[in-house]
Design a protein around this ligand. Structure first.
Ligand SMILES: Nc1nc(O)c(N)c(N[C@@H]2O[C@H](COP(=O)(O)O)[C@@H](O)[C@H]2O)n1
Ligand SMILES: [Zn+2]
Length: 355
């Protein structure tokens, strides 16, 4: 049942920030009598949709919910009270809500009303689904994912800058799915100049992230998919007074331009936190990737590796200079998982947490 909750929660993938993705299932006499998920911030929570679907059947039933029911008045009233009023007899919770406005309070309220509460079912899967939300709540920053595709000899393009395509189609499809789960995707000016990317999820009906370009100089091509296509909004982050003529052109094309000085990954992430973002995908080149890592703007790395060799001393690599001289300084990823996608390989892991 908790897996079904996660399935329901995922229906709103990419659309709930700053809120989490949550699913709920109500079971009575071994039968599902109501289901629900949280579609977006400002709309009712998963539990409320499930209660509505169950109607009178909720009395004496068990509700499974992937996140602790809330116990506060936010954009919506507390689900704990709705569950008490509906007369459910048992609540099975995937994970405790790290939001300090809830943080165990929902569970305590339900228990105080005589409802049996079980906590921590499929807890790891529930936490992983909402790792962006959890990071946002705990660290007051969006969760950063660095994604890159490289050859077996560690290159992200040839020496002439050609990179289409390193990985196979199935791997690229996975990248599109990752994009659809993120609130924003960031590249630097070099990626716009060399790759002219679309940065969309390329899937009918799927969420597209906000496309962000970080460029201090704003020396960018006038013609680029990011400002010539309207499948997704584009935001350009730059420094105060940079290339006013180009700023004007971008604004005329419907692109949002924001000046942040100095423009650094830290500053960008602080700004995106204020905009309510939970997860940000870094799809940039090596120099920006190194700054993002060094400044703590990356929590997870997603490396797509193709069994191809292109060589070349000047061919670019996924992460620029981090100033390390010995292997003892290397960043060792934690909770590493490896998957095979056709002939390519995906390595996913988390950078050690820094506070
Ligand atoms: N248990 C639960 N189910 C949902 O469907 C939810 N969206 C949440 N969210 C929690 O409540 C906070 C948002 O409250 P409002 O939507 O503003 O009323 C969010 O931060 C989570 O802590 N919880
Ligand atoms: Zn709620």
């Amino acid at each position: 049942m908790m897996q079904r909750c996660l399935e329901l929660a995922r229906r709103a993938v990419g659309r709930t920030s700053p809120n989490p993705m949550v699913g709920a299932v109500i079971v009575k006499d071994g039968k599902i009598v109501g289901e629900g998920f949280h579609p977006r911030a400002g709309e009712p929570h998963a539990e409320v949709f499930a209660l509505k679907a169950a109607g009178a059947d909720a009395r004496g039933a068990t509700i499974y919910v992937s996140l602790e029911p809330c116990n506060h008045y936010g954009r919506t009233p507390p689900c704990s009270e709705a569950l008490v009023a509906a007369g459910v007899s048992k609540v099975v919770v995937g994970m405790v809500d790290p939001n300090p406005l809830v943080a165990g309070g929902g569970i305590a309220r339900l228990r105080a009303a005589g409802i049996e509460v079980v906590v921590g079912v499929e807890e790891e899967a529930c936490k992983k689904l909402n790792e962006g939300f959890v990071h946002r709540i705990l660290y007051k920053r969006p969760f950063g994912i660095l994604k890159y595709a490289m050859t077996l000899d560690g290159k992200i393009a040839t020496s002439t800058g050609h990179s289409a395509w390193i990985t196979n189609e199935a791997a690229r499809h996975q990248v599109h799915q990752v994009r659809s789960a993120c609130d924003a995707v960031i590249v630097g000016g070099n990626t716009v100049r060399h790759d002219n990317p679309h940065l969309t999820s390329h899937q009918e009906g799927a969420h597209n992230p906000l496309r962000i370009v970080m460029s201090r100089s704003l020396e960018l091509p006038e013609k680029a998919h990011l400002w010539q296509t309207s499948e997704a909004p584009t935001l350009v982050l730059t420094e105060q007074g940079a290339n006013p003529g180009f700023q004007e052109l971008l604004r005329k094309l419907g692109v949002e331009v924001v000046e942040l000085t100095p423009l650094t990954p830290t500053r960008a992430m602080a700004y995106l936190y204020e905009r309510g973002f939970c997860s940000v995908l870094w799809e940039c080149g090596g120099v920006l990737a190194a700054s993002a890592i060094a400044q703590g703007a990356v929590q997870k790395v997603l490396a797509f590796i193709a069994p191809k060799i292109i060589g070349g001393d000047s061919a670019p690599t996924p992460v620029g200079d981090l100033g390390f001289n010995t292997m003892t300084e290397a960043l060792s990823l934690e909770r590493v998982e490896m998957r095979v996608v056709g002939s390519d390989c995906v390595v996913e892991g988390y950078l050690p947490t820094r506070h």
